[in-house]
Design a protein around this ligand. Sequence first.
Ligand code: BDR
Ligand code: CA
Length: 331
Amino acid sequence: MIGTDATGGVARKVLLDCDPGHDDAIAIMLAVADPSIDLIAVTTVAGNVTLEHTTSNALRVLDLIGRADIPVAAGRAGPRERELSTAAVMHGEGGLAGPLPIAPSRGPADCTALELIEQVLTEAVEPVTLVATGPLTNMADVVESLPHLHHMIRELVIMGGAVDLGNWTPAAEFNIWVDPHAADIVFRAGCVPGAERTGIPLTMIGLEVTHRAWLTDEHADELRGTGDVGQFVAELLDHFVGFHQDRFGWEGAPIHDAVTIAHLIDPTLVTAIPMNVQIETESPLCSGRTVADRWSVTGLPANALVGLDIDRNRFVTMLVQRLQHLGSESA
Ligand code: BDR
Ligand code: CA
C-alpha cells in the first residue's frame, strides 16, 4: 500500500539517489517493500559503474518489482574534479553481476536528476527525505543549486564514510573516495537531525555499521524460490557473497546501502551519535577520509549523526522478510 504505513499513518516520502550496484538494488527493493516508506523518485549517479549502467539498473530493478511508475532521472556522469573510478571489480562491468541482464522497459525521465529533485521538493506538501547510497555528486548539486528548497528536505541519510578504517583505500570508504569534493560540500551543509536546524539534517551510515549488516549463502537460499524477486536477489547474493568470501575471507556480504532504508523504517536498529565530520580532499594517502571527531577533541560543532553499530539480527530478519514478501506479491 502506498501513502500509508502499516498502522495507517502517513508513509515517509523518500527520494533515493543511488548507483546500483548490488546493495543499492536491494535498498530500492526494501524501500518499495516497506509500507512506512513511499519511494517517490529515484535518481542515479556514476559510482559503482558508469551512469549509463547505474540508470539502466535502477530501471530494471523497478521493472522487476512492478514499480515502473516511479520516475528515474540520471544525474552526474562523474565526480566534480576527478576522473570516475568505479567498483566494477566488485559489482561486475554492468553493475549487477549475477542475474542475466534484461533490458529495462523504459528510459529515464527527460530531465536531469537535479531537475527531478527540484520538482519533487517544489511540489511536496511535506518535507521529503533524501537517501544517498552512491558518491555524493548529485547531492552536492542539491546543496549548491537548490538553497531555496533546503527547508523541504526533511533529512539526508547517506551510506558512506567510516570513523575508523576505509574499504577502498586504508583511509577511505568507496562512496566518499570517488568524489570527496562533493562529500565536502554536503558535510559542510550538514547539521544534526533532531537538534537546532542550522543546515540539512544529515545522518552518516558508515562502515562501522554496514560491515556488520551482512547476508550469507543461507539467506540467498531462503530467498530463492520465493518468486521472481527472491530469485533475482538470490542470484545477486550468489555473486556478491562469493566476491566477499574470495576477496576478504568473510562468511557473507555487507548490504551497505540497505541499512539507510532500514534506519528510516526502524530508527532503533542503528546506534548513532552526533559528531563533527570533515572530509579530506587533497592528501594523496588519505583523500576521501571522513575525519570524524569521535571524542570531540576539535571543539567543532557536530554536523552529522554518525552510526556506530547495528542490531544485525533484527536488520537481517527485517530485510529477508520484506524481500520474501515482495517476492510473493510479484510471483
Ligand atoms: C559502498 O560502495 C559501493 O560499492 C556500495 O554500493 C556501497 O554504496 C560501500 O562502500
Ligand atoms: Ca552504492
